[in-house]
Ligand binder design. Structure first.
Ligand code: PLP
Length: 398
């Protein structure tokens, strides 16, 4: 069958593939500890679900404008203004069916054949695929391992060409949990501005932050306005509010770009569901309740971060890992366990699932198959059990 070149390089999401296999094995009766999924293990807070139910009951069930309910766009802009310390124009906000759609809009609108898009690596598995769908060229740029893989302008200089049109940054990072400081972001923003390169900043894990002040990780709006050239900020409700299934994301860009995103959406999905938008008005608008939920979930995530990093060091001393400062992933290196049969993170994960019933995501999904990713958005007991099983397979003393 001859398909369109649009999907020539398309492959299904690697992370979703592992998690689907793990769920299938569990359904067949296998004792599986599934740490492959990238979603909070909490239910959506009740103050949000109540607002959604009330919205349905009161007839808020029709189409909305493609860019979202003005009320929601304004509430999002208010929150962004609080962060930025300046007025953020709500006309730049476009509500999407998850950050995935915001990224699709961005890549598809801004880039095309002949363009190169730098992607800070290791990267969230979807970025290169979405750039491919736009028929542009994804170019991974790895930072140094001893800098938690955060890229610097020196790393970027080594990859930039006269075809470079975009740079994708994700902070806190999936899969490493690394967090860029305001200073680091500032330097990178200026670098992109000076070269006329679009900065795409994915800040979906911003509220899942383990910093000592426990507020939120720095983002592109914390950078002085003068440092910023063209940029698109993407964020959403999935991770901060445990709302993965609601499909609620947004982008913030200039008003002109937002109009293009809105026009694109008007032809493909119209709006994301009205119910999710009504729920999101409450999530973003009820600051007191939202802060309390984010703090409660954040406390659990930080406790688990401490648990997995401590137990890694105790059970598998010497195995390199990145200490996560944000998000809920532990990224660790397994090439020290490779043997004749197992020569990649992919085959190591397959063996782990087969022998120990633990599902992790191989680093191939993130651009480096010497590493693997464990989600710690799971119960303390599941995490402890998984680490003991992994240590048993690796031959570490437990
Ligand atoms: N960006 C990153 C870095 C992610 O890890 C994910 C989901 O795992 C997304 C975006 C997509 O989020 P959404 O559920 O809003 O589409």
């Amino acid at each position: 069958m001859q398909y369109s070149p649009n999907i020539e390089k398309l492959k299904p999401s690697a992370t979703i593939a592992v998690s689907t296999l793990a769920k299938k094995l569990a359904a067949e009766g296998r004792d599986i500890v599934n740490l492959s999924a990238g979603e909070p293990d909490f239910d959506t807070p009740v103050f949000i679900t109540d607002a959604a139910v009330e919205g349905i009951r009161s007839g808020r069930t029709r189409y909305t404008p493609p860019a979202g309910l003005p009320e929601l766009r304004k509430v999002i802009a208010e929150r962004l203004s609080d962060r930025a310390g300046r007025v953020i124009d709500w006309n730049g906000v476009v509500v999407t069916a998850g950050v995935k759609q915001a990224l699709f809009n961005t890549f598809f609108t801004l880039f095309g054949p002949g363009d190169e898009v730098l992607i800070a690596a290791p990267y969230w598995t979807t970025y290169p695929d979405l750039v491919n769908i736009a028929r542009a060229e994804p170019v991974p740029v790895f930072g140094a391992e001893d800098n938690a893989f955060k890229v610097t302008t020196t790393d970027l200089e080594g990859a930039v060409t006269d075809k470079t049109r975009g740079l994708v940054l994700n902070t806190p990072s999936n899969p490493t949990g690394a967090v860029y400081s305001i200073g680091e972001l500032d330097v990178i923003a200026q670098w992109a501005r000076d070269r006329g390169i679009w900065l795409i900043s994915d800040e979906i894990y911003r509220s899942v932050y383990h910093g000592s002040d426990r507020t939120a990780a720095p983002g592109v709006l914390d950078v002085p306005e003068a440092s910023l050239g063209d940029f698109v900020l993407v964020d959403g409700a999935s991770k901060s509010y445990a709302m993965t299934g609601w499909r609620l994301g947004y982008s913030y860009s200039s008003g002109a770009v937002a109009q293009k995103f809105s026009a694109l959406q008007s032809q493909i999905t119209s709006n994301t569901t009205t119910t999710s938008q009504v729920a999101a008005i409450e999530a973003f608008g009820n600051v007191q309740a939202a802060d309390a939920s984010i703090a409660a979930m954040g406390e659990a995530f930080t406790r688990r971060r401490d648990l997995v990093t401590r137990r890694m060091s105790e059970l598998m001393p010497g195995v390199p890992f990145i200490r996560p400062e944000g998000a809920f992933y532990l990224y660790f290196r397994v090439d020290g366990f490779f043997d004749e049969e197992v020569t990649s993170g992919t085959s190591w994960c397959a063996r782990l699932l087969e022998q120990q019933g633990v599902a992790l995501v191989p680093g191939a999904a993130f651009g480096d198959d010497r590493w693997v990713r464990m989600s710690f958005a799971s119960s303390d007991e599941a995490l402890e059990e998984a680490l003991v099983r992994i240590a048993a397979m690796t031959g570490a003393a437990v």
